[in-house]
Design a protein around this ligand. Sequence first.
Ligand code: NDP
Length: 323
Amino acid sequence: MRAMVVERLGPPDVMELREVPRPEPGPGEVRLRVEAVGINFADVLAVAGEYLTRTRVPYTPGMEFAGVVDAVGEGVQGVEVGTRVASLGGRGGLAEYALSPAAALIPVPQGLSGAQAAAFPVSYFTAYHGLKTLGRGQPGEWVLVQAAAGALGTASIQLAKAMGMHVVAMASTEEKLGLARDLGADVTLLQDDPDRVKKVRAAAGGTGVPLILEVVGGARFQESLEMAANLGRVIVIGNASREEANLRPVELMKRNVTVTGLWLSSLMPDAELTRQAAQALTPLVASGQVTPQVGPTYGLAESARAFQDILDRKTTGKVIIEP
Ligand code: NDP
């Protein structure tokens, strides 16, 4: 079968298309015929060797994928060959067939295409935990969504609106802000607007925003603290700028701000939290209140270009690769 292989870490073009043996599922594993792979910023960082955890090589990237169950390993129960599932298997998606631990399978809400199924788990579960589990967002509250036209951004806007929240969306271009408005953002602002701190505070009635989903990091993190309301919550979800941020803990005292980290990988194993998120998300997807935003779609051989387009901030929605 064909697969993308990384032997040394670096920029996207270190990935090579190779012919490799089709993998056999071991105990507790299933094999999927991959229909679509959702590419996350984290995949780009993992290939670059800049992710939270060390990337071991050689490996096939692709942490989030959807497909049809093709074979099940020993001891796997309740997974039928022929069903469409999504996987947060951690690696291996950029191939015609991929293995996943059965425990990492996510049921696909009815009515989703393969591409939508691959665009769903990471972005929507992260948005849910950011807005609800850790952010404790309430109807009528304002939330700031950065990189608002991206995969996580579009999920966060839709989910926040479904929760009855008001959304200030920031992104780098007018076109991206248009998408944010189409999805329901109440106020949109260019990320480089020179008056952005003042404008974000003003949008929320002059007192700042109670909830911020912080994904850019670097100097922007400091700004998030300035945009926060008294008793505000800043949920640190990413560092797309790849810059260091300076946090002087005493700054938090000024407005009684809480800063909380969120990493989906260490939340998913919590069965109760994952059940709560799935229970909240499934009916929203089924009723069409939220729709995974499938962005540009590439073939397997174009994987490096897909990764580079994410780095170059050219994409909106979830970038999809169809092997
Ligand atoms: P996106 O589809 O949102 O793409 C990344 C976006 O980041 C770009 O489109 C760009 O939007 C924005 N960005 C801002 N500054 C920069 C910069 N200096 N260089 C490049 N891009 C920049 O990706 P994802 O939805 O996969 O991820 C969004 C963020 O959320 C990432 O930081 C990611 O690591 C994080 N994340 C974290 C998770 C967790 O468990 N903690 C889970 C999922 C995502 P714009 O041009 O509008 O600024």
